[in-house]
Design a binder for this molecule. Structure first.
Ligand code: COA
Length: 447
């Protein structure tokens, strides 16, 4: 079998693990299940097949047919993705009838540790083949492939919120979308420091990945951003639409070091030239001073009345930097979905608050993560012991793998899920504080 271009186009992930993931054949259980329906499931490795796959994904997500150039450029940036296609031998073309893609990425967990996870994307089933279990076969295959590779987690971002809970995925990091009335907001953040300068988009493309690498390793919920995404953000793909609409800025500290950068577009308001709209597509700040300076620059742009920014944290310091908080309309939405696979490894990777212990009694309808574990936390560091059926020596937290995945990054508290009837806990006031985190988790992009 010929593999696509070897890794690694994604950050710091162990290249051999990532390559092993790329090479792993499709899950035999799902393949046999689909075979019984006359369908073939296989890895998509050949260039022509990968291009057909890209067109099918575009159609599945209701995009128009892509041009040859768009397909070529997408394929060129997708070599890190392990593509699975489902084929119907009765179909009139050789295009797949269903698709999924995955690659190994690092998920940052509370406390700044990182864990490898399988990032799943491009899940689509042709409308001609829907509702006969193909998506379930693909998702279960992705999860069993992760188990086969000893990958402790899976992650995805979703088009519909109701699709993935049945496989154990939970919304673990929410995203906030802000619309700010800039004429009203005012500024009461820190005074000016350093300097903001315009830079070419190409320069932003060069500096942004390193800035993101610094930020994502201390922000629970973030992932490495695949190389191809940066070209899409910056408009540096040859097939980019309106690349010149993107404006790029950087912020340097007094020592001249670039510590932040932002990318935005402006849409003129021809009804009122003083109220044009700015869309912030990226704002990466390594330091609080960079964060303040970049936001202040955007809020004080002349001829602008409204700023739109998405995929922000739900606890942005910006809320405390504007004089009039009612100038901001904030919408919160599910964003980063996480599915824990290896419970002890996941629990030991993150830090906790204080000391204490709890027995986690975890149920998983797919049978990948069912079990009972004793988590003992001493000064924020957790150790996990498999306790099987033995009597509990600590308060018990009974929950599904979906709920454990929901609390894992600190995006929701044990007490809140207990209040919602989503889990049962002997003593919420004792157990819930352990899992609390100082900051909300965040994922700053879609994949
Ligand atoms: C969503 C999609 C992948 C489902 O594919 P499918 O093969 O029809 O799904 P399946 O037949 O395997 O159904 C699996 C389960 O999901 C449920 N389901 C399927 N589509 C659903 C939907 N749109 N909303 C809620 N539940 C849905 C089914 O009822 C089934 O439940 P069960 O197994 O617990 O009984 C397909 O409709 C599609 O490609 N949609 C457009 C692209 C898209 O949104 N992809 C998801 C990207 S995040």
């Amino acid at each position: 079998m010929r593999l696509p271009v070897p890794l690694s186009s994604v950050g710091g992930m162990d290249a051999s693990a990532a390559d092993a993931h790329l090479a792993r054949d499709v899950d035999p259980i799902s393949r046999e299940r689909l075979e019984a329906q006359g369908l073939q499931m296989r890895l998509v490795t050949d260039d022509a097949d990968r291009e057909a796959f890209i067109q099918v994904v575009a159609r599945g997500f209701l995009d128009p047919e892509l041009t040859d150039e768009q397909v070529r450029e997408t394929r060129a940036r997708g070599s890190h993705r392990r593509l699975t296609g489902v084929y119907d031998p009765q179909a009139p073309t050789s295009a797949p009838v269903a698709t999924s893609a995955s690659w190994l990425s690092e998920l940052t967990v509370p406390g700044g540790g990182v864990l490898p996870g399988s990032a799943v994307s491009a899940v689509s089933v042709a409308p001609t083949h829907r509702r006969r279990g193909i998506a379930r076969a693909l998702l279960e295959a992705e999860l069993r492939s992760a188990v086969a590779g000893d990958v402790p987690l899976a992650m995805l971002t979703v088009s519909e919120a109701t699709l993935y809970g049945r496989y154990g995925f939970a919304p673990a990091a929410s995203a906030a979308t802000w619309v700010i009335d800039t004429k009203r907001a005012g500024w009461r953040g820190p005074g000016r420091s350093g300097r903001v300068d315009f830079i070419p988009r190409e320069t932003w493309r060069e500096i942004a990945p390193a800035l993101h690498e610094e930020v994502r390793q201390r922000s629970a919920g973030e992932l490495e951003i695949p190389a191809g995404h940066w070209d899409s953000f910056a408009g540096t793909r040859p097939d980019a639409k309106d690349p010149g609409k993107r404006r790029a800025i950087q912020w340097r500290d007094d020592a001249g070091r670039v510590r932040g950068a932002a990318l935005y577009t402006v849409t003129e308001n021809s009804d009122d030239w003083t109220k044009s709209r700015v869309d912030v597509s990226s704002l990466i700040a390594v330091t609080p001073a960079a964060y303040a300076a970049l936001w202040r620059f955007l809020l004080e742009l002349d001829l602008v009345g409204e700023i739109h920014a998405g995929e922000l944290a739900v606890d942005e310091p910006l809320w405390w930097m504007i004089a009039d908080q009612r100038a901001a309309t904030i919408t919160v939405r599910d964003h980063q979905y996480v599915r824990i696979i290896d419970v002890p490894r996941a629990l030991e990777a993150r830090t906790y608050t204080g000391s204490g212990d709890v027995v986690l009694d975890v149920e998983d309808s797919l049978g990948l993560s069912t079990g009972r574990w004793h988590l003992q936390v001493v000064d924020g560091i957790g150790t996990v012991e498999d306790v099987g059926d033995s009597a509990a020596a600590a308060p018990v937290l009974r929950l599904g793998i979906e709920e454990l995945s929901a609390i894992y990054l600190g995006g929701v508290s044990v007490a809140t899920l207990a209040g919602a009837g989503r889990l049962a806990v002997d003593d919420p006031d004792l157990v819930a504080p352990l899992f609390l985190t100082p900051r909300a988790p965040r994922l700053s992009f879609w994949y």
